[in-house]
Design a protein around this ligand. Sequence first.
Ligand SMILES: Nc1ncnc2c1ncn2[C@@H]1O[C@H](COP(=O)(O)OP(=O)(O)OP(=O)(O)O)[C@@H](O)[C@H]1O
Ligand SMILES: [Mg+2]
Length: 328
Amino acid sequence: MIKLAIQESMLQFARTHPQQKYLFFGGKGGVGKTVLAGAAAVGLAGMGKKTLLASTNPVHSLSGLLDQDVFGKATPVTGVANLTALEIDTHDTIERSKVEIREKIDWFLKFAEIRGKADEFIETATMNPAFEESAMFENMIDLIFEDVYEAYVFDTAPTANARRLLGMSSVYSLWVNKMMESRREAQATRLSLSYSKKQEKDPLMDYLLSFRQRMKNAKEILTDPERTAFFFVTLPEALPIAVIKRFIGWFHEFGVPVGGVVVNMVIDPDQVDENADEFVLNRVAMQGEYLKQIEAEFDGSVRAVLPLFETEVRGVEMLRRTAKLLFA
Ligand SMILES: Nc1ncnc2c1ncn2[C@@H]1O[C@H](COP(=O)(O)OP(=O)(O)OP(=O)(O)O)[C@@H](O)[C@H]1O
Ligand SMILES: [Mg+2]
């Protein structure tokens, strides 16, 4: 197979991180994140861990990968003991969030004695693109807090979403702190103006407090290198390498533990005849150069190198085969 020194393999990493529980797979679009999340989940389930494979990617593909409908409901994967899969229903999550937000806004409008319809406020609050992402994030941490499984493998959205998802927990707490400050001021003013001098119950403040606590708990988990690891998938090609380099930099900034790099779709030069088509020989040579770059750039953190298979990766049998190579 490919000559790329692996100092600590995926399997060794799992052994040096026995408490590893939350695994994420990120990288450029189309590099094999869903396939590798699936393979990792199959591998962990095979090690006897009760595992959940969940997709937080609004464009789902787990059902396709598994040849089984896992949309909207945690579903045991046929043919794999210990494995359950779930594609989070974004639409459903957003509708539920809207209901929650409506309650809060209704209350707030009454409290602030503002006449107006909650609807207008809800539209502005929920129409922005970050709303969907934050709804997905909430859903993901709900799964984590339920704590039903021994291992969680998340197939995350491509590009920057994954990073925003986590950056959001920091932004959230800043935002909540700010909100609480103004709530306190508003309450103080109200108190000084009212005759009763009686502190009112403040559901909005209660909500902010519990929300901040949730975010704090989530952040604690997501930044714990014993329990959490983000794996980055790349191909031996310029763009996917550039993308994960950027990601890794960002994640270090946020204090999110990087588990390592998985190189996917590598053509084994030993399998290629020297008289092969020029197109193939060129690709093999190109991959060789980028593999050298990967070795130099991600020194010590390459966890696995996977071959380009003769077909796409679909179905449980193919995932088992991929899992074997991933944890070789
Ligand atoms: N090692 C491999 N050999 C052959 N085909 C592969 C390999 N890895 C992935 N594939 C195929 O490549 C395609 C893209 O893989 P996958 O869907 O996992 O990528 P992704 O990073 O999740 O994409 P997206 O960004 O769209 O979510 C799929 O058809 C998959 O079966
Ligand atoms: Mg995918």
